[in-house]
Design a protein around this ligand. Structure first.
Ligand SMILES: *Cc1c(COP(=O)(O)O)cnc(C)c1O
Length: 341
């Protein structure tokens, strides 16, 4: 039994998801003829209270398209300093959108109106890039899955729009946030111009993300998807996995959160853990004590067939998911308790 806690992207399709994929009706989606892709896009748009959606191969692509369609070259994107769009997308904002980023501290990655207000540039001053977009991340991966409540997002959005800024959401783990807040997905759309949702994280689909956006942005989003090389042909096989995931794998996310909390409790009690970030959803990030390295801990975990990843100089990350069950949880906790350095 291999226990893979490196990411929630490692899940494999279940037999029922496989079945849904094999039965998918497909067509050439570049010609707009794949019924399964269309169904997925319509489902996502209506779930989130928006008008349009575009199915893409990855969450990096949906974020990059989102930023691209909301900016002009020389604009600036306001985001958390550890945000995925800045730190983990290969410099895409610079390369694809020719935009600069304004990096905010946030409160565990969550931005506030005050911090945003203090970082909007003066458009009259030619020295300064034009502040164009506020990009939020929910949940925040670099901050162990911290999440926003919709009421705080509403406040940010109303303020940002009053200053002429657009709103993008990196919702790679959007449904993990909703699992904790009980906010309604359908209420999100009105606060954003574009929202990226990953099907291949906690939802357990093998591939795919969806960019949900305003109707008037859809043609540009489709054009950019083509230009980025993300136009796929009989993509309905993948879309069918996504539809299956949306129908079957949202309600169970609370199990991932419960198991993550139990792992956090176990880690909090062992002498080789220095500090643990609060475990809010399905991501656990902790630092190890100074006299040891993350590599040493990872090597010992690997001896017990447990995989995790280094996530900073002294930090390790674990992520719970669909393929991590109670038996694996027990074994992982027992191993955590047993390790000594
Ligand atoms: C995983 C992730 C993405 C998208 O990643 P891909 O691997 O390109 O699908 C975007 N944002 C966050 C916060 C993520 O964790």
């Amino acid at each position: 039994m291999i226990i893979d806690l490196r990411s929630d992207t490692v899940t494999k399709p279940t037999p029922a998801m496989h079945e849904a994929m094999m039965r998918a009706e497909v067509g050439d989606d570049v010609f707009g003829e794949d019924p399964s892709v269309k169904k997925l896009e319509e489902t996502c748009a209506s779930m989130l209270g928006m008008e349009a959606a575009v199915f893409c191969p990855s969450g990096t692509m949906t974020n990059q398209i989102g930023i691209k369609i909301l900016t002009q070259p020389y604009d600036e994107v306001i985001c958390y300093k550890g945000s995925h769009i800045y730190k983990y997308e290969g410099g895409g904002v610079a390369g694809n959108s020719l935009a600069s980023v304004r990096l905010l501290e946030g409160n565990r990655g969550r931005l506030s109106v005050d911090e945003i207000a203090a970082n909007i540039n003066n458009v009259q001053d030619v020295h300064q890039p034009i502040s164009a977009v506020v990009s939020l991340e929910n949940t925040v991966v670099r901050e162990a899955g911290s999440f926003y409540y919709l009421k705080d997002i509403a406040t940010i959005s109303e303020f940002a729009r009053s200053k002429g800024l657009k709103m993008h959401l990196d919702g790679a783990r959007f449904f993990n946030a909703l699992t904790e807040t009980s906010d309604k997905a359908v209420d999100y759309g009105k606060y954003f111009d574009s929202i990226s949702i990953c099907l291949s994280k906690g939802l357990g689909a093998p591939v795919g993300s969806v960019l949900v956006c305003k109707k008037e942005l859809e043609p540009k989003a489709r054009r950019m998807r083509k230009a980025f090389g993300g136009g796929m042909r009989q993509a309905g096989f993948l879309a069918a996995a996504g539809i299956y995931a949306l129908e079957n794998n949202i309600a169970r996310l609370k199990e991932d959160h419960k198991r993550a909390a139990e792992l956090g409790n176990a880690l909090n009690r062992v002498s080789w853990v220095k500090a643990l970030m609060p475990v809010d959803t399905n991501i656990i990030i902790f630092s190890v004590i100074d006299k040891i390295t993350p590599e040493q801990v990872l090597a010992k975990l690997a001896e017990h067939q447990i995989k995790a990843i280094k996530f900073g100089a002294q930090e390790i990350r674990l992520v719970t998911h669909l393929d991590f069950d109670d038996r694996m949880l027990e074994k992982t906790i027992a191993t955590i308790k047993k390790l000594s350095f």
